[in-house]
Design a protein around this ligand. Structure first.
Ligand SMILES: NC(=O)c1ccc[n+]([C@@H]2O[C@H](COP(=O)([O-])OP(=O)(O)OC[C@H]3O[C@@H](n4cnc5c(N)ncnc54)[C@H](OP(=O)(O)O)[C@@H]3O)[C@@H](O)[C@H]2O)c1
Length: 210
């Protein structure tokens, strides 16, 4: 069995790959990244994969049974085509299952809506791909918020969910666990999960951090 994780040089991709290695061993995990030198430390086979290049993924997905597609970082409309490069290459090259890291949220009226809309299109593309699939909709990662605390203190404010507005945070390591289960277990096939923690206000977050 070979399971590939895209964007493995990033924080989420590497968290998922590390958890996969714990579960099934490094010989069964393969990392795909635009920048291979940033992922060598993971100790798994690394292959080249820029989302803009269908050819990269035709090569990178050779011999792969399941692929974890981490959503891209480009502007939302561009991501749809990039994600299709991975989905189409998976279909073409005998991959059986695709798992996608999407996002929770509304398609209208929030700052994140353009990203949510674009991710929903990728979800649809995956659902009609003919591959086995599973989709996670990630909440906001807690780690960046903690890393920004010094900046918040300097700015004297936090521009986030205001007043009674609540964030359903999650952490990348929790997501690593969740996606590992979704990749390995057949029972998750055809499921969409909201991968979120209990929603809290910024005041509650400040209380927890103290
Ligand atoms: N829910 C949230 O709070 C939240 C917050 C931030 C991001 N996100 C989403 O979650 C994803 C992963 O986040 P992260 O924390 O792992 O971000 P990160 O640490 O900044 O990593 C981003 C990854 O995307 C890769 N990438 C960017 N453009 C690419 C391309 N054209 N082809 C292939 N790979 C490309 C980067 O590759 P290089 O190493 O080559 O640059 C890197 O591996 C993001 O891409 C974004 O869609 C969610």
């Amino acid at each position: 069995m070979k399971i590939a994780v895209t964007s493995v040089s990033g924080k989420l991709g590497s968290a998922i790959a590390k958890q996969m290695v714990k579960e099934i061993g490094k010989d069964h995990v393969l990392g795909i990244t635009r920048t291979p030198e940033k992922a060598n430390h993971l100790g798994v086979e690394i292959r080249q994969g820029d989302y803009n290049s269908r050819e990269d993924f035709d090569q990178a997905l050779q011999g792969v049974d399941a692929v974890l597609l981490v959503s891209g970082m480009d502007e939302p409309q561009k991501r749809i085509r990039q994600h299709r490069n991975v989905i189409d290459a998976a279909k073409q090259n005998g991959v059986k299952k695709i798992v996608y890291t999407s996002i929770v949220g509304d398609e209208e009226n929030t700052a994140f809506s353009p990203i949510v809309k674009s991710n929903r299109q990728t979800e649809k593309d995956i659902q009609v791909s003919g591959l086995d699939w599973a989709i996670g909709r990630n909440g906001i990662y807690i780690e960046p918020d903690l890393e920004y605390i010094d900046n918040y203190v300097k700015d004297g404010e936090i521009r986030n969910c205001a007043a009674d507005g609540r964030c359903a945070y999650t952490s990348r390591s929790e997501l690593g666990d969740a996606y590992t289960q979704m990749l390995l277990g057949d029972k998750h096939t055809g499921q969409i999960y909201n991968l979120v923690g209990g929603a809290i206000t910024q005041a509650e977050l400040a209380g927890i951090i103290q």
